[in-house]
Design a protein around this ligand. Structure first.
Ligand SMILES: NC(=O)c1ccc[n+]([C@@H]2O[C@H](COP(=O)([O-])OP(=O)(O)OC[C@H]3O[C@@H](n4cnc5c(N)ncnc54)[C@H](OP(=O)(O)O)[C@@H]3O)[C@@H](O)[C@H]2O)c1
Length: 323
């Protein structure tokens, strides 16, 4: 087995005994700036990592552009809100190797790299990512709560991607895919590269994190079958509406015995299905446990306020545990 990182205990930060935690923040865009607005006093923000140092920031903390420079401050906590991809993956690898607590919103890296969470927990640190699934909808918290109550999750259905809602409704109104995607970008829903949303990778990452929280299994999000919105018959959304239905990108998870299955599909839903009522950034998740009624969660799955609130919840739990 290859050892990717070695934790050096002498250089590792320790849990705070001063009633506060020294933190750095990686990324100060939509989500990071929302977190900054309401950061508790007990979090002493020592620095920010961004791409463009010249831009004004809502803090006087020093600004860095190199992950190793910022980690040389030996923070106890890394609050991570970088875009998914290799840069963020490398940054989280470095932060984990440095022995930091991690609070992240990054579904892509958290889903693809379960080893980062495992290493952090082995080192006795927190690795939390409530904001990565559902934005402001407490999906992972609800799954963890069911588990704590001894109610084993057996099935989940979810609409967890706002861009796909937005685009599907505009296709239903007769727009082309290209026009609908451009409108989603202009409205701040879709990223410059909307591929992860349209092709189901974003939803697949969220399924992987739900499965890990529920059952401790690590699904590779890239191996989860996903139907792309680009392959949908362009007239299908309008036809569904004519028939009193709505098409949604539905992410499903199921456990039968020792087998876990996951998939992302474009489904035609009747309007009495709660998943059909998701508009724009709204998310809806239905959790079925072995016993009891299904748990239905809905709310804003993205955006500065809801997503930041979810990260702040993780930070509050960390403070409660360590200070
Ligand atoms: N937006 C949402 O509603 C939402 C919801 C749930 C989860 N998330 C997740 O939260 C994370 C952040 O999303 P966001 O919407 O806040 O992104 P964003 O607005 O694009 O902000 C990204 C931040 O990261 C910085 N950054 C980008 N590349 C960098 C690099 N190579 N080195 C250093 N800094 C870099 C940017 O610096 P500059 O400021 O200099 O450009 C910016 O501050 C993503 O993983 C996303 O999937 C977002």
């Amino acid at each position: 087995m290859t050892t990717l990182f070695t934790l050096a205990p002498a250089a590792s930060p320790v849990a705070s005994s001063t009633g506060s935690i020294r933190a750095v923040m990686l990324g100060c865009g939509t989500v990071g700036s929302g977190v900054l607005l309401r950061l508790p006093r007990a979090i002493r923000l020592e620095a920010l990592l961004v791409k463009d140092r010249t831009r004004a920031r809502p803090t006087r903390a020093p600004v860095f552009t190199d992950i190793d420079d910022i980690l040389s401050l030996r923070p106890e906590l890394v609050i991570e809100a970088l875009p998914g991809g290799e840069e963020a993956e490398r940054a989280l690898e470095r932060a984990v190797a440095a022995g930091c607590h991690i609070v992240s919103a990054n579904k892509d890296v958290c889903a693809r790299r379960p080893d980062l969470e495992a290493r952090t927990r082995q080192a006795g640190r927190t690795f939390a990512y409530a904001a990565a699934v559902g934005g402001g909808v407490p999906v992972l918290e609800a799954i963890a709560q069911l588990k704590a109550q001894g109610r084993q999750l057996i099935r989940a259905r979810a609409v967890v991607n706002g861009t796909s809602n937005f685009v599907l409704d505009r296709l239903a109104a007769g727009q082309s895919l290209e026009t609908a995607v451009t409108a989603a970008q202009e409205a701040g829903f879709a990223e410059a590269d909307p591929g992860a949303d349209l092709d189901g990778h974003d939803a697949a990452c969220k399924l992987a994190l739900m499965a890990r929280t529920a059952w401790g299994v690590d699904l590779d999000p890239r191996a989860i079958p996903a139907q792309s919105l680009r392959d949908l018959d362009p007239v299908a959304p309008a036809r569904a509406v004519e028939n009193g239905c709505r098409i949604r990108q539905v992410a499903s998870l199921r456990r039968e015995g020792g087998t876990v299955t996951a998939e992302v599909r474009l489904e035609t839903l009747s309007l009495d299905d709660p998943l059909s009522r998701t508009k724009d950034e709204a998310n809806c998740v239905v959790l079925h446990a072995e016993t009891g009624l299904p748990v239905v969660l809905s709310g804003k799955g993205a955006g500065k306020g809801p997503t930041a609130a979810s990260m702040l919840g993780d930070i509050a739990r960390l403070l409660a545990e360590t200070c």
